[in-house]
Design a protein around this ligand. Sequence first.
Ligand SMILES: NC(=O)c1ccc[n+]([C@@H]2O[C@H](COP(=O)([O-])OP(=O)(O)OC[C@H]3O[C@@H](n4cnc5c(N)ncnc54)[C@H](OP(=O)(O)O)[C@@H]3O)[C@@H](O)[C@H]2O)c1
Length: 262
Amino acid sequence: MAAVALVQGASRGLGFEFCRYMLLNKPLAAVIATCRNPDGAQHLAALAAQHPGRITVMKLDVNREDDIKRAAESVKCAFGKVDLIVNSSAMLHPSGKGETSLRDVSAQGIISTLTTNTVGPLVMAKYFAPLLQKGTGAFGQQPPEKAKQHSGIIVNMTARVGSIGDNALGGWYSYRMSKAALNMATRNLSIELGRGQTKIVCVSLHPGTVNTDLSLPYHRNVHKDKLFSTEYSVQCLMNIIDNLNTDKTGKAYAWDSTEIAW
Ligand SMILES: NC(=O)c1ccc[n+]([C@@H]2O[C@H](COP(=O)([O-])OP(=O)(O)OC[C@H]3O[C@@H](n4cnc5c(N)ncnc54)[C@H](OP(=O)(O)O)[C@@H]3O)[C@@H](O)[C@H]2O)c1
């Protein structure tokens, strides 16, 4: 059966570009694009029209466990397996800007950010792990020893600012905490889903600073050579994904394949 890739948070930004990239560069792959409001996702609708029969758009608000469960059931009925999941959805903060100091922190701001950025991807893993275990290892590189082969891959989109070891500037409490906790989820998942016969590779990937809505308030502070297009960033990230195997699980990598300290 053809490779099956699911991109969660595909309406715009990097999630949308992951879908576009795979439709163009993985001709045998079926792409499932999930978003919370398919009727409002016009770019996705246009992409689906350009690639009839190759992309399935599903409603999934990552904050709603029922949506995730229903999407997993639909994918099971339609495809019976998944080979790759990319959790791309996230927010910087409900205000659109990271906190500059403690006085900007609000309980609700942190709770909303953690719910979307951390809880959502973990609940995705809960419902989709059985489908990834039925995967055929169609993404990534299989090492020669049969015992270490993987069936599927989970990519959690992280950010370098989620690295505790790398944090010298402070600020952005909600976003940093959400990505640090997401990295812990990645590591835990890599351990639990790396046991047993069918192994799932789990990694966190940092895309660089990319020209999307999420980073828009900060573009003027970024040198133009350091602000990546979504096309460039996803090409780099897919290169990492194409070379993943069980030896590389449980880690965080930046767009240039370098490992990021926790
Ligand atoms: N851009 C950067 O510079 C940068 C840097 C480091 C890390 N990242 C990470 O890369 C990933 C992609 O970011 P991006 O720049 O592409 O962001 P973006 O352009 O702001 O897109 C965010 C996406 O998340 C979706 N989303 C938000 N809340 C959701 C929910 N509850 N359920 C489902 N989808 C939801 C949005 O859907 P709607 O259209 O429905 O709002 C949108 O598709 C994120 O994990 C981000 O943290 C980005």
